[in-house]
Design a protein around this ligand. Structure first.
Ligand code: AMP
Ligand code: MG
Length: 499
């Protein structure tokens, strides 16, 4: 086969348009805007391969044209997806893809259908006042942090490519533009259901729910109570997801209902950031002045968002309103217990505890966090230092605490060691995979993005990307990437939404 006709290139891949066909009232057929000069900033060869594509074909002008929006694969039918959403608690009945397009779905090598979407591909019927474009900084940021999350073992949408467009986008000043190609288990959101429920024309709500079940819980497709199973599935996946965020200090920053997936993947890397000094109230987003989406609020917000999904599903749960409400409430009320079980599992791995004792483990984990909080100790480093302590070397952990805190630390370590009785190699191996050395630290992310944007120097971005793609193996040459930012940087650190 020649490259030009090979089905392992983006242009000739076996594109499907399931969403567009099954949910026409939620899909506006649309074409990406042409851009002057596509140029690869970052290509994800491993992900291309997982999608059944030839990684070497990604850099060809033909593929770059697809990734930049200059060409649409012959078999694809791009659409802007409609969705609604609660933004900071306020309902907006029509948001939708204002700067994104779903190109279509592709089967991956395991036979699972994946969405491929472009972000920053020009205005759409949902753009409202926006230009539909994206600047390079936020595109590279999503690439970097989504790869970091994936490497940490946290479900996430992935980044297939970041392509510079050769045009400027206007923010507070002209910035180099880019398009991100995003791969997701699907782009179905709580907000998708809110849209279908608000505008339910011709049964789109039921069709959407069936579509979601087919994509994310096909094993439940024949159950008479499959819509309840869907709600329970979202609850399970989101409980697991948010617990994993908490375990690495990830703060999403904008957990609006349009940014919460049905798949249980992290989506929409806008103002997200990793916490450094442990603080439950930590929030970085410049627009989150009330701290609605602060670190410790994330599980509460996930439950709130789940309740919004449950409301949408009521008409499908039962013909009897009281019964429907009873079923929905049952799932939402069970969320805190689901979340707690997931969080305890994460914490047990981080602390290297054998066998489970919920009450004791929770108290032990909270006591460790209580040691970190008043002393502003770095979350990632503290947990990582526990790995060495588990191997008999407490010096790294002790080094994080001031002399006057050593006594309190000793008391906690005694409790911990007592609880660890019986722990062996398996627990220590689990600890190493639960406590990363490297996260995408804010000052490093900013430095990498600034070099890319201001000086067209991608070397710092590539270096940081390589570091966060292997977060668990300590490397001497990468020691600087394990260091927290100087406190002066962290104190004033703010993240911004606009991609
Ligand atoms: P987000 O902050 O990514 O969750 O986006 C919230 C909503 O704003 C979505 O409907 C986006 O499509 C829309 N949006 C954000 N930025 C732009 C832009 N530059 N042009 C058009 N729509 C946008
Ligand atoms: Mg969004």
């Amino acid at each position: 086969m020649t490259a030009a006709t090979s089905s392992d290139t983006l242009a000739h891949a076996p594109w499907q348009s399931r969403f567009a066909h099954e949910l026409p009232s939620m899909a506006e057929a649309w074409t990406p805007a042409a851009v002057p000069a596509p140029q690869a900033l970052a290509l994800n060869g491993a992900l291309a391969q997982a999608l059944g594509l030839d990684p070497d074909s990604m850099a060809t002008p033909e593929s770059l044209a697809v990734l930049a929006g200059n060409a649409v694969p012959a078999a694809a039918r791009p659409v802007a997806q409609a969705y609604a959403g609660h933004q900071f608690g306020n309902f907006v009945p029509r948001l939708g893809d204002g700067r994104a397009l779903l190109i279509g779905e592709l089967p991956d090598r395991q036979g699972r259908l994946r969405d491929v979407a472009l972000k920053g591909s020009g205005h759409t019927p949902f753009s409202r006042g926006g230009d539909g474009k994206a600047a390079q900084g936020p595109v590279l940021r999503e690439f970097l942090i989504s790869e970091a999350m994936h490497a940490l073992g946290i479900p996430t949408t992935r980044s297939l490519a970041a392509v510079a467009t050769g045009e400027s986008v206007w923010r507070d000043r002209p910035l180099p533009g880019a398009v991100l190609a995003r791969v997701a288990a699907s782009h179905l959101r709580v907000g998708s259901f809110q849209y279908a429920a608000a505008w339910d024309a011709g049964g789109s709500l039921r069709a959407l729910a069936e579509h979601a079940i087919e994509r994310h819980q096909p094993e439940d497709a024949d159950r008479p109570d499959r819509f309840l199973a869907l709600l329970q599935g979202v609850a399970r996946r989101q409980a697991a997801l948010v617990a994993r965020w908490m375990g690495v200090g990830f703060i999403h920053g904008v957990m609006n209902t349009d940014n919460m997936t049905i798949s249980g993947e992290t989506i929409d890397y806008g103002p997200c950031a990793f916490m450094e000094a442990y603080g439950p109230r930590t929030v970085f987003s410049s627009i989150d002045t009330a701290g609605r989406y602060a670190y410790a609020n994330q599980p509460l917000i996930a439950r709130w968002n789940l309740a919004r999904l449950a409301e949408c599903l009521l008409p499908l749960l039962s013909g009897d309103e009281t019964q429907a409400l009873h079923l929905a409430t049952g799932v939402v009320d069970a969320f805190p217990a689901l979340y707690r079980a997931e969080w305890l599992a994460v914490m047990r791995a981080k602390l290297g505890l054998p066998a489970a004792d919920d009450e004791v483990d929770e108290a032990l984990a909270q006591a460790f966090l209580a040691l970190l909080q008043p002393r502003q100790i770095d979350f990632t480093r503290a947990f990582r230092a526990l790995n060495s302590a588990a191997e008999g070397d407490e010096s790294a952990l002790r080094g994080l605490f001031a002399p006057e805190a050593q006594e309190a630390l000793t008391a906690w370590l005694e409790r911990w060691q007592a609880r660890r009785a019986g722990a062996g190699a398996a627990e220590r191996a689990a600890m190493r995979l639960a406590n990363p050395v490297y996260i995408a630290r804010n000052h490093q992310v900013e430095a990498a993005l600034e070099a890319a944007q201001e000086r067209a120097d991608l070397a710092p971005f590539e270096r940081l990307l390589a570091v966060v793609r292997a977060p668990f193996d300590e490397r001497v040459e990468d020691a600087a990437f394990a260091e927290p930012a100087p406190p002066s940087v962290t104190a004033g650190y703010q993240t911004f939404c606009g991609t």
